[in-house]
Design a protein around this ligand. Structure first.
Ligand code: ZN
Length: 635
């Protein structure tokens, strides 16, 4: 294992300065309130006793130690709160299991069974949570599952609380905001491999837990290591004000599209006076775009929908709970919480655009904006997950793109080429390192990171450069209040020392998500893999017939190559097709998931090709594969 450095004097003093504030002690009460029981086992395991979530690994947060020099004290305190784990009573008839996943699972007592809100990321953590409530409150079946939104940490564990058979038999309803499936699959299709790799920097699952390694994810302690499962909703919520009786419990829904997720909803239980704010509110400033990468979120919508929640439910709710962190109690507190959360997203939006409209560029805006005292004072509006420095850039990007308007930045050299020239300008590698070392001694780690990055990209074999860069990123990580920034810095440092992961699990991609893909999405996924340089001069078309989609617009497709690009057309066949392929969508997914090959499926008679099979080889033989361990901090 790599040597992790101590905090430098600069880091120690930065962290001491950060500790000079009086935090709100009531969050500790909130995180503890209603605790009933915790899991007896210190780990949650999956098949073959594989560790899915290691509770014990985070015991260092529960020892009552004061913040170590290697962790920002505000982040440390937040991590300690997230590390509270177990089954908690939220209010009469509502429980949450927290601390065994990055997200919360909520249970409501229905007439006949449990109504589950957001069944976590992993079926194993969800199952352990269900067992906990069955054991300590009452053994009951799960009669409904509500997904608050289209992110995997809110549906991925669904098979841990119910099954396809229960749902098909009508014993368990699954309720979600409209377009849930489209957005769930959509977010993961086109950019899936890149996003998954970048997510390891955001969440830091490969970092060893500890004061010099992983301490938290902002939204929760850690992400369980387990591919998500998925069952499609049986009912969509399509409008605000829609009311349902779910297992005898009244629910009023508020749709909040294009907020924290593209498909999301809040809801209110009028008979319990309990408000679920999904992930539209958390005990942290959220991301307007996560550093793993995603489409930029709409901060303006986000704020307006929180304002609508206030209007609809703010004068009634006496308890508010969310899908991450801990609840809030009492109406006045609920209102104040909602007002601050509403204003936080609007403030970031408005002030970024105010400065943008005065001509400031993203780097300048991020440096100029300072979170006002009104938000700094409260824990839930500080950046333990999102970070103002990143969120300001997200707002800018949404309206004005990555480009800052300065043509000097319009067509820059890529990192390796630019790097060589900077190293040359500095007078060679040694001169650059000498300059960077004195910057390190001054504690200017941001400058070291920028400068030495040029050298690492010019010459990734320079061991001194890699070491200095790792040490600079490490100190930046130790000082970061945002858990995601910390994780990214420490992951960068680790990979500079060890290289990218040699054996990243290639099959971590969620099979059950792929199972739910439409034909259109499968073709889109395939197109992104086209090795265009091999397809010069190729022009062909194939007809596809999906036997299990008979009578739907998806039954017939044309898939072709034109100008080195794969295109697909729904609902029609072309008369000049080189071949017609007849198969089921489910067999097609088997091939995509590599459970079988095209050739084997043809041999087995599951795929019938009428015409020139070579046309299909031209398409499927020229698809790229993606490595889950591509380099990030080096070329
Ligand atoms: Zn979440």
């Amino acid at each position: 294992m790599t040597e992790r450095a101590d905090a430098t004097a600069h880091t120690i003093s930065a962290n001491r300065r950060a500790a000079e504030r009086e935090p709100d002690p009531s969050d500790l009460e909130r995180a503890r309130r209603g605790h009933i029981a915790s899991l007896a086992d210190s780990t949650i395991v999956g098949p073959g006793a594989r560790k899915v979530f290691d509770v014990e690994a985070y015991d260092f947060l529960r020892r009552g130690d004061s913040s170590p020099d290697t962790v920002n004290p505000n982040l440390w305190r937040h991590a300690v709160l997230n590390a509270h784990h177990g089954l908690f009573e939220v209010t009469s008839g509502v429980w949450q299991v927290r601390g065994y996943d990055i997200s919360n699972i909520t249970f409501l007592r229905g007439e006949k069974g449990w109504i589950v809100i957001d069944p976590l990321t992993s079926e194993y953590t969800a199952q352990a949570s269900l067992q906990l409530i069955n054991e300590h409150v009452e053994q009951r079946p799960v009669t409904a599952v509500i997904y608050t939104h289209s992110h995997a940490d809110h549906f991925g564990g669904v098979l841990g609380v119910t099954s396809r058979a229960e749902v098909d038999a009508g014993k368990c309803r699954i309720i979600a905001p409209e377009h849930f499936m489209r957005e769930t699959i959509g977010e993961n299709v086109i950019a899936g491999p890149a996003m998954a790799r970048r997510a390891t920097y955001q969440f830091g699952p490969l970092l060893p837990p500890g004061p010099r390694g992983h301490v938290d994810c902002g939204l929760g302690t850690a992400v369980p290591i387990s591919p998500p499962t998925l069952l499609a909703p049986t009912e969509d919520i399509t409008r605000t004000g829609q009311e349902l009786i779910v297992d005898g419990v009244r629910v009023i829904f508020q749709l909040t599209p294009e907020t924290e997720a593209p498909a999301e909803m809040n809801f209110y239980f009028p008979d319990l006076k309990a408000l679920c704010m999904a992930e539209n509110c958390s005990h942290t400033m959220h991301n307007l775009v996560p550093i793993r990468g995603a489409l930029v979120r709409n901060a303006l919508n986000w704020s307006k929908y929180i304002n609508e929640s206030l209007q609809l439910f703010g004068d009634k709710a006496t308890v508010l709970f969310t899908s991450h962190n801990w609840p809030r109690w009492e109406n006045s507190d609920v209102r104040q919480f909602l007002v601050l959360q509403r204003d936080l997203y609007k403030w970031m939006h408005d002030q970024t655009m105010r400065l943008a409209n005065k001509g400031f560029t993203p780097l300048e805006i991020a440096e100029t904006l300072e979170l006002p005292e009104e938000f700094q004072r409260h824990e839930h509006t500080r950046g333990f997950y999102g970070d103002l420095v990143h969120n300001a850039k997200a707002v800018y990007q949404r309206y004005l793109s990555w480009y800052d308007g300065n043509p000097a930045n319009l067509h820059k050299h890529p990192p390796s080429e630019g790097g060589k020239r900077y190293v040359d300008l500095a007078g060679g590698a040694d001169a650059l390192l000498e300059h960077a070392s004195s910057a390190f001694d001054r504690g200017d780690y941001r400058w070291v990171a920028e400068l030495v990055n040029h050298l690492v990209f010019a010459d990734p074999t320079n061991a001194q450069a890699r070491d200095l860069q790792a040490r600079a990123l490490e100190q930046l990580g130790y000082q970061a209040e945002s858990a995601t920034f910390r994780n990214a810095y420490l992951m960068g440092a680790m990979e500079l020392r060890q290289g990218p992961p040699a054996n990243p699990n290639p099959n971590v991609r969620a099979r059950s998500l792929v199972r739910e893909m439409t034909v259109d999405q499968v073709f889109d996924t395939i197109s992104v893999r086209t090795i265009s340089e091999n397809l010069g001069g190729v022009s062909l078309a194939t007809n596809w017939k999906f036997t299990d989609l008979r009578g739907t617009p998806d039954e017939q497709w044309t898939l072709g190559v034109s100008n080195r690009t794969i295109y697909s057309t729904r609902g029609s066949h072309t008369s000049d097709a080189a071949a017609t392929v007849t198969l089921s969508r489910s067999k097609f997914l088997d091939i995509v998931l590599q459970d079988t090959t095209f050739v084997d499926a043809v041999k087995a008679g599951d795929v019938v090709i009428d015409g020139d099979a070579g046309a299909l080889i031209t398409i499927f033989g020229n698809l790229d594969t993606f490595s889950m361990g591509f380099p990030i901090v080096e070329p």
